[in-house]
Design a protein around this ligand. Structure first.
Ligand code: ATP
Ligand code: MG
Length: 398
């Protein structure tokens, strides 16, 4: 029945002179999402809206599913598209549409409607006011049980007269946010846990392109733990497009810290080195910020004092979208974006292997820095090696 979709967007409409950049990015993301759908599509842009016309058979559910992952889409309207025709014939089409969509519903309960017409094709015989009245009357003739309510109708049937005629009335909610790539790029510290994939998703929803880094510590962390991170990146890439995942071998550095620093400070010092390396990768890859899944008070390394000490090594801004979220809320998002089941698989992550029984919860920056000097001899070389042996995996949705 449907052969087009009208894509409505909200926030990108307010970007003034740069609006076209946002629209172009959205068109690009839509085209990318459609690549994975069967069928031929034409995506076109008119002021304030984007149309998607199917030029062949296609799978409706698949298209809706893919579009519901494209940030920047506020709503998706399935459209019946018919050739341009005189008003009488146009009415027949709209009445037919109305019957197919609501024929059953209007018999069962009181329903009100209005017709909302737009005539972008100025040569058309009736203007929008005339069309509203004309089409509305025909619907009333065909369905005497419905009522008209121009202020608060149950159903608004939109009729757009363009080079073809577009008829629609339903809006399927999109994910909202802004098109990926319109707000710069971030380097996501992606572990195998619940939090960091959710963070990446949240920031991407605000228009950031995402690269990711995973600190891998073989043999203390297994290949399965690494695969789990790749699988999580895959899930996130269903929303963001391809993710460049940097796998950094962290074993030597971790052992070196373990051997030379107090064990209760191990996690915090390790986190400082993760942030330092992530920042180097970010700069090298033209990302403007770091993103983590940290949340106040979750573990010893996420007390306010610990976060301050971790943050101290960074000059780039660190985005922590989950900072004030309760775990339950994070879990709910991870279920919604389908990362939860992967995140809870049991494989160890590199932090848990070396965790001290009583890690510091109120680290003192001066003391931490003093202990980091124990690493002066080899740490720069180790970081260099870690960056040189960076394994880059381009992760895309299957
Ligand atoms: P998550 O659920 O995302 O693993 P967490 O609650 O386990 O988070 P931590 O282990 O303290 O918390 O890690 C805090 C943040 O540091 C993570 O959200 C992630 O951004 C980053 N991080 C931790 N371990 C790694 C790792 N091995 N590789 C990359 N980033 C990591
Ligand atoms: Mg973790």
């Amino acid at each position: 029945m449907f052969s087009s979709f009208l894509i409505k967007y909200a926030e990108i409409g307010i970007k003034g002179k740069n609006r076209y950049l946002f629209e172009d990015a959205l068109v690009r993301q839509i085209k990318y999402a459609l690549k994975k759908c069967d069928g031929e599509f034409v995506v076109s842009k008119t002021p304030g809206r984007i149309y998607l016309d199917a030029e062949s058979e296609f799978d409706y559910d698949q298209v809706i599913e893919k579009l519901s992952h494209v940030f920047g889409i506020w709503g998706i309207c399935p459209v019946v598209r018919v050739p341009l025709c005189p008003p009488e014939e146009l009415c027949e089409k709209v009445v037919d549409y109305f019957g197919r969509m609501y024929g059953e519903q209007v018999k069962e309960k009181e329903t009100t409607f209005k017709v909302f017409s737009r005539r972008s094709n100025k040569g058309y015989a009736l203007d929008s006011m005339e069309l509203n009245a004309f089409v509305g009357e025909k619907i009333l003739d065909a369905f005497p049980e419905v009522g008209v309510d121009v202020h608060n109708p149950d159903i608004t049937v939109t009729v757009e007269v363009r080079d073809k005629i577009y008829i629609y009335s339903e809006i399927i909610p999109g994910p909202g946010g802004m098109p990926v790539g319109t707000n710069g790029k971030g380097m996501l510290l992606l572990s195998g846990g619940i939090d960091s994939p959710v963070s990446g998703w949240m920031v991407a929803k605000r228009g950031l392109k995402i690269d990711a880094v995973y600190f891998h510590a073989p043999p203390y962390t297994s290949e399965r733990a690494k695969q789990k991170v790749i699988d999580l990146a895959k899930k996130v890439s269903a929303y963001t497009g391809p993710i460049y995942l940097h796998v950094i071998n962290f074993t030597e550095i971790q052992l070196y810290i373990y051997e030379n620093c107090p064990h209760e400070e191990l996690t915090i010092i390790m986190r400082r080195y993760m942030m330092r390396i992530a920042e180097m990768l970010a700069v090298e890859n033209e990302a403007q910020c770091l993103i983590t899944g940290e949340s106040i008070g979750q573990v010893a390394s996420q007390t306010t004092q610990s976060l301050a000490v971790t943050n101290e090594v960074c000059t780039l801004p660190v985005f922590r979208p989950l900072i004030a979220f309760d775990k339950e809320d994070i879990v709910n998002i991870s279920k919604k974006i389908d990362t939860y089941e992967t995140s809870i698989l049991p494989f160890e992550d590199c932090c848990t292997i070396f965790v001290a029984k009583h890690p510091v919860t109120k680290p003192n920056l001066g003391i931490i820095k003093r202990h980091e000097h124990n690493l002066d001899e080899k740490i720069d070389e180790m970081i260099k090696t870690a960056l040189e042996t960076d394994e880059v995996i381009i992760v895309t949705e299957e």
